[in-house]
Design a protein around this ligand. Structure first.
Ligand code: C5P
Length: 231
């Protein structure tokens, strides 16, 4: 499977999303829709993507009781979503219910799990009563998710290598991608597209470097070319 570039549509309204889609190049096949715009506009936000035959990564990070998550997975799948996130911390029963619900759909979405939010630090772990280190927790929850039937994990490029070794078949979805000369912004652990692919990432999530580019087609082409150098 060739690695996929996913552009994060981090905009607040449907109008801004349509404007972005009109501005961005056809070569982008995947888009990520997150909580902000989904809460603002609901599933209608997926329609412009479906009209353009784009693949949809719905990043809602589901975390609830198993039945509720299973129902949300089925509903999302019915809207034509291809990739969906859950929180691994929801536990085995929730993860198994999500995986089973996806498998039962006519067009099964792939489910990937977030192990630990990158906004959390070791101090937060103490507040939460978690005694593992952050990387131990990521590996342990990765194990839990994959052994529960989840298709993959969300990971930085820097942890992708270890996860790829441990989980040879897993999808690895990686944000924090920047070209070597790119503006890092608020991202702390960035990596180039080629590095992420070399580490085993299968899906690269890019937001601002493309969304805020003066020439999004040129940036997209540069990212796709960088991915190719790693194949
Ligand atoms: O603009 P940028 O390329 O930094 O955006 C990356 C996208 O990936 C954003 O939608 C952001 O919320 C998401 N993300 C991230 N880091 C994580 C998890 C998700 O940047 N650890």
């Amino acid at each position: 499977m060739n690695p996929a570039l996913i552009v994060a549509l981090d905009v607040p309204t449907l109008k801004e999303m349509e404007d972005a889609l009109n501005r961005l190049p056809e070569t982008i096949e995947w888009y990520k829709v997150g909580l902000e715009i989904f809460c603002a506009e609901g599933p209608a936000v997926l329609e412009p993507l479906k009209r353009r035959n784009k693949k949809i990564f719905l990043d809602l990070k589901l975390h609830d009781i198993p039945q509720t998550v299973a129902n949300a997975v089925k509903t999302a799948a019915s809207h034509g979503v291809n990739l969906l996130t859950v929180h691994a911390i929801g536990g085995r029963a929730m993860l198994e219910a999500a995986a089973k619900a996806a498998r039962e759909c006519d067009n099964p979405p792939k489910i990937v799990a977030v192990t630990t939010l990158t906004s959390l630090g070791q101090d937060d772990f103490q507040d939460l009563g978690i005694e593992r280190t952050i990387s131990e927790q990521a590996l342990a929850l990765g194990e839990l998710a994959i052994s529960s039937g989840i298709d993959g994990l969300v990971t930085s490029a820097h942890e992708a290598g270890a996860l790829r070794e441990r989980f040879p078949e897993a999808l690895l979805v990686t944000p924090g991608i920047r070209m070597p000369d790119g503006d890092v912004g608020d991202q702390k652990r960035v990596a180039t597209p080629a590095f992420a692919v070399q580490q085993g990432s299968t899906h690269l999530v890019v937001g601002r470097p493309i969304m805020q580019a003066n020439d999004p087609s040129a940036v997209t082409a540069a990212i796709l070319a960088d991915i190719k150098t790693a194949l």
